[in-house]
Each structure stands twice: as structure tokens, then as C-alpha cells.
Design a binder for this molecule. Sequence first.
Ligand SMILES: *Cc1c(COP(=O)(O)O)cnc(C)c1O
Length: 477
Amino acid sequence: MLYLSTRGHPDRKRFCQILLEGLAPDGGLYLPESYPQVNAASLARMRSALKNQGYAALAHEVLSLYIDDIPADDLRALCAKTYTAEVFGTLEIVPLKKLEDGVCLEALSNGPTLAFKDMAMQLLGNLFEYELARRGEQLNILGATSGDTGSAAEYAMRGKQGVRVFMLSPHGRMSAFQQAQMFSLMDENIHNIAIEGVFDDCQDIVKNVSNDHAFKQQFKIGTVNSINWARLLAQVVYYFAGYFQSTQNDSQRVSFSVPSGNFGNVCAGHVARQMGLPIDRLIVATNENDVLDEFFRTGVYRVRGSADTFETSSPSMDISKASNFERFVFDLLGRDGARVADLFGPQLARQGRFDVSADPSFAQARTRYGFVSGKSTHANRLATIRDTFERFGVTIDPHTADGLKVAREQRVPGQTVVILETALPIKFAETMREALGRDPERPAHFDGIENLPKRVLVMPANTDQVKAFVRAHCPTP
Ligand SMILES: *Cc1c(COP(=O)(O)O)cnc(C)c1O
């Protein structure tokens, strides 16, 4: 299996080569040259692997279609080590919860940080450790977070050999629970840096450091952001698991509704569907930051400025541009790398938008690729949380509520829709109190987490100071 760039670069790479890389050299994103296809026999085998041997065995089945440069036994062991009941709370790893006929939630948020990002990040941690040991190399991960990604990365990389994490977050702007989750980690390879500024300041520092190629190379700086192909691939697995759990046989079709921000999660659904998993619709649910909903309705992709990016009560979907979206557009436009390079390069830079509404392929987003979309507001979110609790006794978080609201609008009558549960309510206590008038339940092992000692350094928004800190905490190469 070889991987190519969405912007047409002639190089082809293998999985382990792109594992530790971010963007392709031409600024594009990596995708496989073609999607491996499943058929009746392989679907039956995967269904039985999940049923009889569990999620890790299914993960191995799916991953081995894309990874041919890790020996099978090693890959199997990495999957088994990652997807355990101990780390993910249940033997099923991603249990399905039925709300009513034809509507179920797939629980993806029972990992260490209570958001679905653990599903991919935990695997990434083990893959990184494996590959770095094989190469005898080290990696320093520099990241910026407003909440979920940073904590998922830290819990995935803590104690891992060969990996250090330097995570920047906006000082005083994360929820008390999120701060407690990250800052209470005492592992020596995890460094929390609270920047006196907003999330964009943190991200700018990461960009500045990455643009200093000499520094980047000397200190082996890497990232774990959502454009990493291995993260996306790990997410493909739970579409298979959701499909098998919600159907009796492989002739049935189901739809998935996905609370979306950077288009990473639903892009994994697109990959699963392109492989031949019988998915009918992929329902893209956005919050008030409706970049993606606008595209699927109109064919216009218009990135937002910071003044037009709203702070909402489903904050992990507050995006101004959808960093994984380029992968889907590449497929939609018949894998025309030159055209994608123009749209996502000069066109977006000059105009902040592009328009494919007049292109015949745009209609195929729906007809051939199954994409539909909708948006949800603060009021919708609160109403959906309340309604779900009152009718089914189930408490859902604000992001999952967006997914459920749009799922109900876009659902094909008589067909099952699986809503991906992307976080647990405890992470967003304030909104839950507004919706239900009380605090959300807290898993027992998080009791008193806010009172644990914290390990965090507060720093001005200054790239040189961050570089000096990284330098001081890495053995001189
Ligand atoms: C990251 C995140 C999302 C958005 O996922 P994308 O892959 O960026 O589309 C939705 N909900 C929660 C809780 C998240 O943490």
C-alpha cells in the first residue's frame, strides 16, 4: 500500500514513512493510492472477528489492509495493547446504546480523556513508540490545544519511550475539568505550557516553530494534529464496529451522523464507505460554525476569520476551516491533484473561498458519496439534551446532541442511524447544568481531580521563550 499527496506530488510513501510526518512536502494531505475493497467474505470475517475476538481483532483486520510495513504479529500486538477494557472502560470498547427504534448512539468516549479522540490517539501513542524504537529515534511533539486534542495526546504519549510532549494551551481558558485532566499529569515526558493569550496565539507559536526548519530538524519536532493519516485510519475501525453492532447481516445499510469540526471523524466514515462498508448516508452535523454545512448545501467552501468564528457550547467543533476537508474534495474532484492544489492553495489564500457548485461532480457529494448535512444551535442543543434525558433517561453531551438533532432531520424513515457519541457530559458541565439544572455524572475515578497538584508553566505568547524551553528539556542531539 502506497500513499500519495492530495496536491499531486509525484512521491509515493509507505505507512511508516508518513506516520511521523504531518503534511506532505507540497502542503497536501496523505491518502492511500486506492481504497482496499471489502466483499461479502471479508465483511463476514470481520463481523465474526468483532463478535468472537473483540474490537482489537477487528482493528487488526482493518489496519492490516493499509499497513504492510509492520509485521502482522507486531501489528496485532499493538492493537491488542491499545484497545483494552482497562483503557476504554468496557469489553465492547465502543458499545452501542439504543435510544429508540432505528436510532442508536455509538459510545466512543470512554477512553482516558472522555472524548472520542482517545480512540485514535491511544493507537498513535503505541505506533509512535514502536516505530521510534525501530528507528532508534526520538520525537518531540509540539502542539496547541483548546481542550480535547491536547489531553488525548498527553494521555496517549505519557510514559512512552522516545516521545516528549510540549503542549501549549491558552492560560485560564479551558474548563476546570480539562485543566485538571492535563495539568495533573506528572509524567516526566509531558510538559504543559499555558500561554498568556488565546488559542490562536498558541497555534501561531507552533507554526512559527515549525517554520524554523533548522530548529525543527535539530530538535525532531513533530505533531499529532488531526490531519495525521494514522489517526484517521484508526477511526475507520469504529465505523465497521458500529455497522456490525447495529445490523444482523451485511445486506443491511445504516447511516452515521457525525458531530463535525475539522472533518476528521466523518472523513474516516467516508473512507469506510469507499471501502465498501454498506453505509447509506454520512450526516455531517455542525454547530453555529457551519463551514461544512454551507459547503454541502451550496458547493461554496468559505473559511471564516476569527471574528466570524463563534465560541459555542459545543466548543470542540468551533472551527474556522476544516483541516481534513481537502481529503474528501480530492476524491470528489476525481483525484485531480493539480486542481486541489489550486483550490486549497492560491484560491483560498486569495479569496478565502472556493466554489464548486457549477462543477458536475458537486451533485455527487450527495448522490455518489452519501453526504448530507445540517446545523444545530445552542437552543437546539439544550432542547435535545433535555428531550433525550426525559424520554430515554440518557444524558448526552452537547456535541453528541448536535449529532442527534441533525440525525433526526436527515434520517431515512425505516433505516437505522448511528450517532457517534464524541464526548461525555462531564467535560462540559456548564452547558449540562443549563440544560438539565444539575451537574452531570462524573465517572468515579475523576472524583476530586480538580484538587490534584498541577504541573504547568505559564509563559507569555513568545515563540523564542517556547523554543528555549524545548531546548532546555531535550538532551542535546
Ligand atoms: C474533536 C471533536 C469533534 C470534532 O471532530 P472532527 O474530527 O474535528 O470533525 C467533535 N466533538 C468532540 C467532543 C471533539 O473532541
